[in-house]
Design a protein around this ligand. Sequence first.
Ligand code: NDP
Length: 314
Amino acid sequence: MEKVKVLIIGSGPAGYTAAIYAARAGLTPVLYTGGQPGGQLTTTNDVENFPGYPEGINGPQMMMDLQKQAERFGTKVSFGLVTSVDFSSYPLKVTIDEKDTLLAETVIVATGASAKYLGIPSEEVYANRGVSACAVCDGYFYRGKEVAVVGAGDSAAEESTYLSKLCTKVHLIVRRDEMRASKIMQQRVINTPNIEIHWNSETDEILGDDNGVTGVRILNNTTGVKKVIPIQGFFLAIGHKPSTDVFKGQLDMDESGYVKVIPGTTKTNVEGVFAVGDVADRVYRQAITAAGSGCMGALDAEKFLAAKEMEVAH
Ligand code: NDP
């Protein structure tokens, strides 16, 4: 059975940053990419808020650069999906593609999260051409334009308030007659003059042409009336799903499936297992915060290994 010092699961900014740090510490990490090599950023065109790129950078390019940087210092990047783990004994056991089991002294979980989508075909047709699941990432491209946000939780409230500062008007599409968001955030939405709330409304279809989104057709689920709102940007804010199914029963998670870490660290309930990036972050979810926590994960793993070595020496 192959034995590794640091096994990193996931290939977004968190996983690659953990790899860069672990590799530079001489720990020759092994990184498994997962089913979507490069993670969520590979579905983004331009990243303009990652410090160090004054002209912005294309998401897939950034991920290729991060991979190269991790490999340059000796990370072994492998394509494969972790299909099961056994953290009940040490070293930790991780099985890839249901066949190869590795023994790991430390595991850094960086499997990320994915935005939930409505499941209508036009969402895919206009993905990256007007449809986005991240206002902070893409809102800037819609400044001076009219946009819609779907959702009614804190994310929807926060994203519509954020967009209201950039866009001429924000249409908030809420499927019930009330919002789930905290009272203070709802109040902020209601008090913003250029946000219009469409209650009891569902997204029937996103409309567009060769240049991208041109409008959204909404259906009032109490009156049955449909109407078209002209917009150029359509933002989803209906929640995220962390990619943690494989760790169920092994790692402590909150009610939504995010891995719990000891605050201020990346330590999970299992010794030697660390969680970094969006998989353990339901609030910030940015490439830069994921990268920062990836760095923390590598430093925590390094410290853990050093303490283990000391134990063995005595
Ligand atoms: P939530 O799960 O809280 O809310 C999802 C919202 O999307 C709900 O209002 C839900 O409607 C709506 N929704 C779900 N599916 C559909 C659908 N198919 N069509 C239309 N609407 C739909 O997710 P959030 O991302 O908003 O928040 C996740 C967690 O993160 C929460 O705990 C939140 O408090 C926290 N958070 C905190 C922030 C902060 O404090 N600054 C910022 C952002 C998030 P319905 O209500 O009808 O079920």
